[in-house]
Write a protein that binds this ligand. Structure first.
Ligand code: LLP
Length: 416
């Protein structure tokens, strides 16, 4: 136990040193901004690429987690393909140099134009989410003279034990085709001369922390479904298990990336790879969450009868997860680290500038005495941060600042 505490203190000390360095480097950069630590990103990508090679698993990065072109291109250099969910994500992947056959495309509402562009590009698989969609893909392919590669996204009605907003494999969710529709689906597949059936696809939820059990259950179901399709004469060449691996938001220092080894090992031990069938995954969050932080400046410290509020310049428009899902992100005061003596911690509600009460970064957070002008870091913001940002109340989009290009960051515009 003591050793564990010592290890943690050591990790925290190393990071406290890094933080000091960061606060200094960040002094004149215009806030709020996303800070991407390219070393963490590369370490994560290297680890995943090694493990994927070892277990023979193909990785498609789910770009919806972060559509920053530099990040997508870098992940492509590590050999990853892409999972996209819109026409512009497809275009982004192609522009970032991802080979078409390494791209898969999911989503319950693909437009005709998106289907056409994906088909013409010759992507690895359109993940089909309904019998009607299969029919439409075939019609479009026939009209424009191509053959579309398809996987069937199966909704297995499995509980991923995650929070309700990001569960997607239950029969009450809009995603995928249920097993009860398989007969109808096979009948349709038999009539579709312009689609090539490649296999099955799943994605049952996000921020899954019970990796072993959930993954094993999913693989067992996928094996059964694959055997069923093959018994009907449809060869299953690929099984795509989707993404969903959760990250440690409570203590990002302790776990800069989740246990990819356990994920891949569980898949490799359980999945049926008969006849050279290929196995695919689509991680989003787990590849990019911990390399990104949102850096924000304290505008005011407001004391009321009930509370002490720290009002910062980053709002829910920059990172919507806390307001949208009540998500927890660790917050630290970078500037306080620089002060020679640290006064005792205080409890603050850290809030943004947007006129919504849900524009709050955390209630009752313990921080060192915080003053106007301090820089705060909101951790683990690399996934579903920048990609979900908006211009609500016409607030600007936060710039991306990279650890290896910090000199290129936009400087603060001083008006006083
Ligand atoms: N594949 C498909 C088909 C997906 O829909 C998703 C995410 C992924 C892969 C990647 O899942 P990941 O590895 O990132 O868990 N905005 C929410 C998360 C929504 C996830 C949507 N689908 C959040 O901020 O928690």
């Amino acid at each position: 136990m003591r050793a564990k505490v010592r290890k943690k203190i050591k990790i925290m000390t190393i990071f406290a040193v890094c933080m000091k360095k960061k606060a200094k480097n960040f002094e004149n950069i215009r806030t709020p901004f996303y800070y991407y630590d390219m070393d963490i990103l590369k370490d994560t990508a290297r680890k995943v690429s090694e493990l994927a090679g070892q277990y023979g698993i193909e990785v498609h990065y789910a770009t919806k987690a972060n559509e920053n072109a530099r990040i997508v291109s870098l992940l492509g250099e590590y050999g990853f393909g892409v999972d996209c969910v819109s026409g512009d994500e497809l275009r982004l992947a192609l522009n970032c140099g991802i080979a078409a056959e390494k791209i898969v495309f999911a989503g319950v509402g693909k437009s005709d134009e998106e289907i056409l562009n994906a088909g013409i590009a010759g992507i690895g698989a359109l993940n089909v989410e309904s019998v009607q969609e299969l029919y439409i893909i075939n019609e479009i392919a026939r009209k424009y003279g191509f053959t579309a590669n398809v996987c069937i996204r199966v909704n297995p009605n499995i509980d991923a034990h995650t929070f309700r907003y990001v569960t997607s494999g239950l029969n009450t969710n809009k995603f995928g085709v249920s097993e009860s529709e398989f007969d109808e689906l096979v009948e349709m597949l038999m009539q579709c001369g312009n689609v090539r059936f490649r296999g099955i696809h799943y994605h049952i939820g996000s921020q899954i922390t019970d990796i072993e059990n959930v993954t094993r259950d999913l693989c067992v179901r996928a094996n059964k479904a694959a055997a069923w399709f093959e018994s009907r004469g449809l060869k299953v060449d690929m099984i795509n298990l989707g993404g969903g691996l959760g990250v440690n938001y409570d203590d990002p220092y302790a776990e800069p990336f989740p246990d990819f080894g356990l994920w891949f090992k569980t898949i490799a031990e359980t999945i049926d790879r008969r006849d050279g069938r290929t196995i695919h995954v689509e991680p989003g969050r787990s590849l990019v969450a911990q390399c990104g932080d949102l850096i924000t400046k304290v505008l005011f410290v407001k004391e009321t009868e009930a509370k002490s509020f720290v009002v910062v310049d980053a709002g829910m428009n920059n990172l919507v997860r806390p307001a949208f899902y009540g998500s927890f992100h660790l917050i630290e005061n970078l500037s306080a680290e620089e002060r020679p003596t640290l006064p005792a911690n205080q409890l603050y509600d850290v809030v943004g500038p947007v006129c919504e009460s849900s524009d709050s970064w955390g209630k009752g957070r313990q921080l060192p005495l915080t003053v106007r002008g301090d820089l705060l870091v909101i951790h683990s913001a690399g996934a579903y941060g920048q990609s979900m940002s908006t211009r609500y109340t016409l607030r600007p989009i936060a710039q991306a600042v990279y650890s290896d290009r910090i000199d290129e960051a936009e400087k603060e515009c001083r008006i006083l």
